[in-house]
Design a binder for this molecule. Sequence first.
Ligand code: URP
Ligand code: ZN
Ligand code: ZN
Ligand code: ZN
Length: 471
Amino acid sequence: MAARSLLLIRGGRVVNDDSSLEADVLVEDGVVRAVGRHVLPPGDSPAELRVLDAAGKLVLPGGIDTHTHMQFPFMGSRSVDDFHLGTKAALAGGTTMIMDFAIPHKGHSLIEAFDTWRSWADPKVCCDYSLHVAVTWWSDQVKEEMKILTQDKGVNSFKMFMAYKDVYMVRDVELYEAFSRCKEIGAIAQVHAENGDLIAEGAKKMLALGITGPEGHELCRPEAVEAEATLRAITIASAVNCPLYVVHVMSKSAAKVVADARRDGTGYACGRNTKDGDLGKGHSGDLTTTGSDNCTFNSCQKALGKDDFTKIPNGVNGVEDRMSIIWEKGVHSGKMDENRFVAVTSTNAAKIFNLYPRKGRIAVGSDADIVIWDPKATRTISAKTHHQAVNFNIFEGMVCHGVPLVTISRGKVVYEAGVFSVSAGDGKFIPRKPFAEYIYKRIKQRDQITSIESSDSPSLGKLSSIRTSEN
Ligand code: URP
Ligand code: ZN
Ligand code: ZN
Ligand code: ZN
């Protein structure tokens, strides 16, 4: 019989999304066994009991980064943070789970893409992970594969691109089909909401004007292209009563569209990116989750686009620094408290993607993915000291309060005082079940209301479905 592994975190302040308390946390074989004052290890306390002193520190659920692209083959390059270094960097920053994307080319199998990404990730990951799958084209095969992925492969979220014309972009009617299918199988639809046609036309115009440098990237994407696509996605999703998650919301106007829809009850969640989502852009109360969109290319890879900005591989770092940045901009600046920090860095993601309370909470029975966090210490972000493979850091020089001192993944101390003790493959794929209660309770209720009202009076059927989409 394998020796038990026991860990006692003593004297810290345990912070969940709904409350904080001074408590010890006892961990046995990767799972939280007790949370309370003066927890004692089991009587026959074995030699392998480790005690960590957390006095004066916070004890947080490990972060969940909802959006990464490790070793992603993209725009003629491959992102340099692979599943090994990328997940190590995540752990150093207090993130204990990432959600990456399997992205098939148009005409290719979703299941094949899923299997490919698993074959890349499984032997390399140092923390737990899940996969979203992208729907980049539409057919009966895609429809069938979405069901198989949901029923047999642990996928409950699909991403559709409204940008990347001719590569990943899908049309409104395909969005409609994909959203309808997500709804049937109990998945959540995600969208990359930008108007891909307008971006393509804008890029042509810039190049014709001789604007070839990176400023062209921004100039061909005015805020309106994001706000328009965001509203269009919300409109289509609410027409079929499908839960929608808008990833990497970047502009104030798009954030407002999402916030308005959520207030009306037609929108469900907003993924805000730490890289572009400085909290000043929207009311911090509107923030639901934070994903880094970590998709790193070295400066020499970026140089592929030195004469034509449309050839610059898109993406930057964030997986390591996400937690500290949110602490600094959110908590240190007084916009959110420690509980809301846990909500937006971990708990809400766990609820939306149906991982809760296994992930996203420190409670008896939960996975022991835990961070001992020093809210007062500071660190300066730099490419010289970060653990990512990429050779620059977009947050270079930024001083952040909030430093992860110890990271515990699956009950093991994997990072402590700058030192890793973790191996490739120590993390595991975490399957996710469909029909997450957190989102589907409301969806089912709305369906019921609509069908009752329309069967009451056939002539009112149409009217009530209009009313439903407004609520
Ligand atoms: O643009 C980035 N960072 N990644 C590529 C795919 C995506 O999510 O848009
Ligand atoms: Zn995207
Ligand atoms: Zn992305
Ligand atoms: Zn992106």
